[in-house]
Design a protein around this ligand. Sequence first.
Ligand SMILES: NC(=O)c1ccc[n+]([C@@H]2O[C@H](COP(=O)([O-])OP(=O)(O)OC[C@H]3O[C@@H](n4cnc5c(N)ncnc54)[C@H](OP(=O)(O)O)[C@@H]3O)[C@@H](O)[C@H]2O)c1
Length: 285
Amino acid sequence: MLLPGLKPTAMSDKNTLPLAGQVALITGSESGIGRETARAFCRLGAAVVLNGRQAERLEATRQALAAEGYRVAACLADVTDYTACEGLVATALAHFGRLDILIANASISQRAYFADMQPAVFRQVLDSNVYGAVYPLKAALPHLLAAQGSVTFISSISALNGMPSGSAYCAGKAALANLAHTLRLELAGTGVHFGVVHIGFTQNDPDKRVLDAAGRPVPIAHRSPRWQKSQAEVAAIILSHVRRRRRRTVISALGRFILVVHSLLPRLGDWVVLTSQRRMRNFYE
Ligand SMILES: NC(=O)c1ccc[n+]([C@@H]2O[C@H](COP(=O)([O-])OP(=O)(O)OC[C@H]3O[C@@H](n4cnc5c(N)ncnc54)[C@H](OP(=O)(O)O)[C@@H]3O)[C@@H](O)[C@H]2O)c1
């Protein structure tokens, strides 16, 4: 059956693309990096299940990708709700008959110091980053095992050392690296790939919001455009990470600097952070 928006003339070419026949579920793909990652996977022939929590934005993204001739389906789901995650997997099976790739990308970030944060806000941020990855994986695992598929957790370079005003976000993102490692050991020999991508500063959609200490959505803190990669560049790196079945990818020179300094010279790393915190308050607050 021809899916809505699929150009029939493109069909035969699509069968020869490297990811033809593969099905990817990308959480939080109605916007931002997730949306560009979906486009990158589609471009190589994968069918993609899109996800988000905002019906209109999700449908706009689905329509845009379908209009480009790509095989996409959409599922409105909060990934911190396990039953909703079962619905995500059911969408992949109903539309495309299989599931090969999971990219756990959905996340809420914060702009708040721990001392000021409402406990429920800390939990909301942590849950979105931890259970928002665990629940889709738990629901998808039988199908990923059958396909000897691939799982990628999207983390952040801020999880490599921790960052003031990012306590719950950094803790959640750091947990994903340990989770991936443990699953790699538990499921060794199954053929399933578990990887983590630590993303650095990336251009954001203008309407991107994070939570303040009281849980109100606020714009993200200032980031110099000079330090930011485009969403398309980051999506290409995620795509390459999955295709090469890499364990860990750390994006940007700053990310690799943090990794080395945190491992070899942790006190120097803390000095750099504390100095920048004094001199660049708008970076954190
Ligand atoms: N942009 C950067 O500089 C940067 C740096 C490091 C790491 N990252 C990571 O890269 C990933 C993508 O970030 P982004 O910049 O593209 O952010 P974004 O534009 O805010 O995208 C995140 C998406 O996840 C969705 N989402 C959040 N919680 C969800 C939930 N419980 N269930 C379903 N969907 C949910 C959001 O939808 P709602 O609008 O409904 O919340 C949004 O569509 C995230 O994991 C982020 O932590 C980004």
